[in-house]
Design a protein around this ligand. Structure first.
Ligand SMILES: N[C@@H](CCC(=O)N[C@@H](CS)C(=O)NCC(=O)O)C(=O)O
Length: 219
């Protein structure tokens, strides 16, 4: 039974699920919807009106964290550490990653520079905490990639786009280990196929459309 993802082209939460599917080599289908004008059937499969939704036969899963955990458990080797405490800690940081994504989105919707700077400070403080968690290893847990790594990749991809619009947003000296981790994750071959090819144009277009402070920095 091929799982089917219900997606929105720009959604980083869906991308976490896609990365898990791709990394594990799972055959799946993906259907994109317009969240501003969702099809009638969407309300019946998405109780919170959000994507991702994963259809497995007649069953439906919602919430990206639940979806990636399901995919990890059912297909192939687990991408979590075996130790229950370390696994739980990884899950805690995966939730932290979701907050980082919200923080990145909050940057886009700030109307003025003061609001933007406030959100930037909040984001950099989060990166400080991540910096403490990382060591000199390639990935979050060491030399082997885990689910927590895949979960952060969509955030780092968006952070890179944001930094192109607002150079200096990220301070690579202050967050050297985070920057190295981000570069490593964004160099994974599955990154490109985890979104539509025009992701950057769509993201920048969304930024422009929001009309916030960041849009004034765009050409
Ligand atoms: N906590 C949810 C967040 C998902 C989410 O916010 N998805 C956005 C698109 S990126 C959405 O569907 N928004 C529609 C809405 O909030 O009405 C998850 O992790 O799956």
């Amino acid at each position: 039974m091929k799982p089917e993802l219900i997606s929105f082209k720009l959604c980083p939460f869906v991308q976490k699920a896609v990365l898990t599917l791709l990394y594990k080599g799972i055959d799946f289908t993906i259907q994109y919807i317009d969240l501003e004008n969702p099809p009638e059937w969407f309300a019946s499969v998405s109780p919170l009106g959000k994507v991702p939704v994963l259809k497995v036969g007649d069953s439906v899963l919602f919430e990206s964290s639940v979806i990636v955990e399901y995919l990890n458990e059912v297909y192939g080797n687990s991408l979590h550490p075996n130790d229950p405490l370390q696994k739980a800690q990884n899950r805690s940081w995966m939730e932290f990653g979701n907050e980082c994504l919200m923080n990145a989105f909050n940057l886009i919707v700030q109307a003025d520079e003061a609001g933007f700077n406030e959100q930037r400070t909040a984001l950099l403080n989060k990166l400080d905490l991540l910096e403490i968690q990382l060591n000199s290893a390639t990935y979050f847990n060491g030399d082997q990639l885990s689910l927590v790594d895949l979960s952060f990749a969509p955030f780092f991809q968006r952070l890179k786009y944001l930094n192109e619009v607002s150079p200096g947003l990220i301070d690579e000296n202050r967050h050297a280990k985070v920057s190295r981790w981000s570069d490593k994750l964004l160099s994974l071959s599955i990154i490109e196929s985890s979104t539509v090819s025009e992701i950057k144009q769509l993201y920048n277009g969304m930024m422009k459309k929001r009309g916030g402070y960041l849009s004034t920095l765009m050409a």
